[in-house]
Design a protein around this ligand. Structure first.
Ligand code: FAD
Length: 577
């Protein structure tokens, strides 16, 4: 739905019931006004039955679209989630990610039940199953949280839903609440010059925005109509296990990267579990130590601790179990408590991390406005330089499975597959290693793998950071390259992190834990390490390839300056046509 309505309306909604009533009638009348007078009349006089469609905003707190829907005082109210195997959230997901979603849905259902309501979980293509339920439940009003980044599947889906809802005379309402400010507000503020493509520029833009809107409380029991659910009591329940999800999806299995079965769903070890309840607890815990919050400096956090050295709130923000404004306010509260402490500032502070998030979303939105669906791709993406990456499935597989022969890279990739989360600097290292640093494979492949594996996989953030790390966009200092050996040695000289995630090397002495290929045969033997057998030899020689890659990057940059597409990129495009 293109009509992004200002969030201020919801502050007003909560503050004055008269305004609330008038404003919500006005908002929901947007679609009603396009009806024929007769139909409009019948709609306004008939009973209101409302549906709130949960997509990413899997929470009750600070959910303006949900609040607006309830403000309609519907006779019946249906909070709905649609399990859609083709959505960005599920298309490429691993059992870990699926499990996280199930936990979110279970929690949402439990919290709604405490308020006398419940969650209705449907399955299939929302553009088909939702209209069926509108008819079955006689739905008159529909609300949802807007998807603003321009992710192509969601955009096409929502356009169809709007058309079908129009045809069914349903009053629609969507709200932009995924970011601190609606992205349209940034666009408006930036004006004719367009949105800035640097963090410094974004911080300036952010600084000029009007005050942020208040965080909305979760609805109360009395806000919900009394539900008589007897007939559907045992229907539309949230799934219990990853394997309960719709499968096969309605695309051929050969087109899905990750096909898994029940055996893959056993003994999952996610970094965090899903759901709004745990999200709010995790937020509270992160904010307990006010001095830690006030002095947070991202580059100084460590990626080699077994427990996260940052907040690890990203999966909750990504699925919308936490509202970014709620996190912003919680940080504000902690800063107020941290008296006499010199505070860090954006972009390295904790507030700064939320600014990165909004900035990334704005960039995705802007790129997709110009060329729909280009974000997460090299081609036709105005922010992405054309680099002639190689295409070597064996190297890619070695990277994905943590079998590159570089212990620290392998440990990080194995943490990703076993826990679904890695620290930001770990992401830096493995992304640089896959692309410009060592393996010279396309960042698009790396991004796809992250989308499947990360509990926090996020269309806008993932694309932005992969472009950054591969020096394809937003960051251009390709001559600054992470060493897959030395980068974390100072933080973790005994290689504790490696020993944890790469048990084959657990007995190796500190001296060789980052570089087993340098160890004398007797040392390897004593530690039970057989290079090329139970642990791989390095897949590349870092010293050689990193230099070669820098000159290949220079060529790509020179071609870019001259407005050319590097020959290898142009040839590849011809081959794939
Ligand atoms: P904290 O440092 O505690 O920050 C709090 C929140 O701020 C995060 O939860 C996140 O929402 C936001 N944030 C933090 N760092 C960034 C950043 N660099 N850019 C944008 N927002 C940020 N993050 C995702 O949420 N989803 C992704 O798919 C994703 N893909 C990435 C891919 C690569 C190659 C890289 C280098 C980074 C990626 N990130 C992604 C960004 C970042 O690594 C994670 O958001 C962060 O590590 C999450 O940990 P945290 O919640 O402890 O972060």
């Amino acid at each position: 739905m293109k009509k992004c309505l200002p969030t201020f309306s919801f502050t007003i909604l909560r503050e004055s019931s008269l305004w609330s009533l008038l404003y919500s009638i006005f908002l929901f009348d947007i679609v009603a006004t396009s009806m024929s007078p007769q139909k409009k009349m019948s709609r306004t006089t008939s009973t209101k039955n409302a549906m709130h469609w949960f997509r990413k905003g899997l929470r009750l707190h600070d959910n303006p679209a949900l609040v607006a829907c309830l403000e309609q005082s519907p006779h019946r109210f249906y909070p709905v989630y649609v399990l859609d195997g083709n959505s960005y959230q599920l298309l490429r997901c691993t059992p870990l990610r699926t499990n996280f979603l199930i936990e979110c849905l279970q929690d949402l259902d439990a919290n709604l039940r405490k308020l006398g309501s419940r969650l209705y979980v449907l399955e299939g293509d929302p553009t088909v199953v939702l209209p069926q339920q509108w008819e079955a439940w006689d739905i008159t009003h529909l609300s949802w949280e807007e998807d603003e980044s321009g992710e192509p599947y969601a955009t096409a889906r929502d356009e169809t839903i709007v058309e079908k809802a129009h045809a069914a005379n349903i009053c629609l309402h969507s709200v932009c609440s995924e970011t601190l400010y609606p992205l349209q507000d940034y666009v408006k503020k930036a004006g004719v010059g367009g949105v800035p493509a640097t963090m410094t520029g974004f911080q300036k833009l952010f600084g000029g925005m009007k005050a942020m809107h208040k965080v909305l409380p979760a609805p109360r029991k009395e806000d919900f109509p009394v539900t008589d659910d007897q007939a559907e009591k045992n229907l539309y329940l949230p799934p219990k296990k990853p394997i309960d999800l719709p499968w096969p999806r309605n695309i051929p299995k050969s087109e899905v990267d990750y096909v898994w079965g029940p055996q893959d769903c056993k003994s999952l070890t996610p970094m965090v579990h899903g759901g709004e309840t745990l999200a709010l607890k995790a937020l509270e815990k992160s904010m307990q130590d006010a001095t830690w919050v006030a002095t947070f400096e991202k580059p100084k956090t460590s990626c080699t601790t077994i427990r996260p050295s940052t907040t690890a709130l990203s999966p909750y923000l990504s699925w919308g179990c936490l509202s970014p404004r709620q996190v912003w306010v919680a940080i504000d509260d902690a800063l107020t408590r941290a008296k006499g402490v010199t505070r860090t500032k954006p972009p390295v502070s904790l507030h700064g991390q939320l600014l990165w998030r909004d900035f990334n979303n704005l960039m995705a939105h802007d790129a997709n406005q110009e060329s729909p669906g280009c974000w997460n791709k090299m081609e036709n993406n105005k922010y992405c330089r054309q680099v002639p990456w190689d295409d070597d499935p064996k190297l890619l597989e070695a990277w994905k499975t943590g079998q590159t022969g570089f212990p620290w890279i392998d440990a990080t990739m194995r943490q990703l597959s076993s826990e679904g989360w890695i620290h930001h600097l770990g992401r830096h290292a493995v992304a640089c290693f896959l692309t410009r640093g060592d393996l010279w494979q396309s960042w698009e492949e790396g991004a796809k793998h992250f989308e499947a594996q990360l509990l926090d996989a996020d269309y806008a953030l993932n694309g932005f950071n992969w472009m950054w790390l591969s020096c394809s966009g937003f960051f251009y200092q390709y001559f600054r390259c992470y060493s897959p050996v030395g980068f974390q040695k100072k933080n973790d000289p005994t290689g504790m992190y490696i020993r944890h995630y790469v048990p084959e090397l657990a007995k190796l002495s500190d001296k060789y834990i980052y570089e087993p290929w340098e160890a004398p045969a007797a040392v390897l033997q004593k530690a039970g390490v057989k290079l090329g057998d139970n642990y791989p030899r390095p897949v590349v020689d870092h010293k050689i390839v990193s230099k070669e890659n820098m000159s290949r990057m220079k060529e790509a940059y020179d071609a870019h300056k001259e407005g050319q597409v590097p020959a290898a990129v142009a040839n590849k495009k011809r081959r794939t046509k």
